[in-house]
Every structure is written in C-alpha cells, then in structure tokens.
Ligand binder design. Structure first.
Ligand SMILES: [Zn+2]
Ligand SMILES: [Zn+2]
Length: 175
C-alpha cells in the first residue's frame, strides 16, 4: 500500500491516522525466504512537523515462518514492530548518507508501507534462523533429523557445538 504524503506535507500541524494491510506474503533475507504475515493491522500515524518533514509512527505484529538453517524444520517467529521516526525529506535531497536507508521506502512523495515493514524487519531477523540453539541438524550421511531420529552414522564433527562452525562454512559457500 502506498500512502500519498502530499497532504501531510502541505498542511502545517496536520495529523492523520491510517490502517494498512501488508500486501507482500514473503521476505528474503541473507539468502533465506520467509513467509510473512501481519497478524494485526498496521496502524500508522503521520504528523506534519514542517514544510518538508513529518513524524512517522507505526505499529503492527508480523509473523515470519522459515526453515531452521540446520534441520529445515519450519520455525515461526513473531515480531512486534514499533516505528517512531522523524523524517525530513530535505535531507533526502542533500546527500545525507546517514538518512538514506531510512528513506528508501519513501519515493515520489509516497510512503511504501510494505517496504517500511520489510526495512524494519531486516534489522530484527537473526542472521541464522534456528529451531533451537542446540539444534543438531540433519545427519550428513543418512539425512535424518538428528533432533528426533538420532542415528548411528559416524559424523565428521560429532560435537554439536562444532555445528556452529559448520554453518558458518556453509554460509560462506553459498555467497
Ligand atoms: Zn533445527
Ligand atoms: Zn545418519
């Protein structure tokens, strides 16, 4: 959903509330795909704070479902998002690199709600999704889920703590 900002930017002191739905149903992060669903409507409040600036407040709850990066079991994560930002479009015109990322979801006087939610999630999603910290992963020999079906195959790295390093190596391989 795009929210046109021209009214908010043109009326001094104006505040408007919006309710938006999430249109995207998935998000990609660090090579992993997650199913994404907003389990609460997205509430937004925009308040004019100047000729080219406004305050952006938004909140919602988003559920992501992705595969555990070791055992591939679906993992569900719930994120409560709260956004409260002062946005100055003037600084977008000048090359203010610090603000550039934050404003990536504002284009041509429109606020892209889906981009804003994704942008916020990028800073919250763990680099590696795990069903549990101690996940033993899949057996490299027979493919069994070693959390639920411990097998007797000889493992190259029998110490589960070493699986952390294994995953790091795998991550570099994929890049
Ligand atoms: Zn797992
Ligand atoms: Zn096995």
């Amino acid at each position: 959903m795009l929210i046109n900002l021209s009214e908010i930017l043109s009326v001094s002191g104006m505040t408007r509330d919006f309710e938006a739905a999430l249109e995207s149903t998935s998000i990609s992060f660090m090579g992993a795909d997650y199913a994404m669903e907003a389990v609460k409507p997205i509430h937004l409040r925009l308040s004019n704070t100047g000729k080219k600036s406004f305050r952006l407040e938004a909140d919602t709850t988003v559920v992501l479902v992705g595969a555990c990066s070791r055992c591939l079991t679906p993992v569900k994560k719930t994120y409560s998002l709260e956004i409260d930002k002062e946005i100055d479009l003037e600084s977008k015109d000048t090359d203010n690199l610090d603000d550039y990322d934050e404003l990536s979801y504002i284009k041509d006087c429109n606020l892209d709600v889906d981009s804003m939610i994704k942008d916020t999630l990028y800073s919250m999603i763990p680099l590696q999704l795990l069903c549990k910290e101690s996940c033993l992963g899949l057996c490299k020999v027979c493919g069994a889920n070693r959390n639920t079906n411990p097998c007797d195959c000889p493992q190259k790295m029998p110490d589960p703590r070493m699986a952390v390093f294994d995953d790091i190596f795998n991550q570099f391989k994929e890049v």
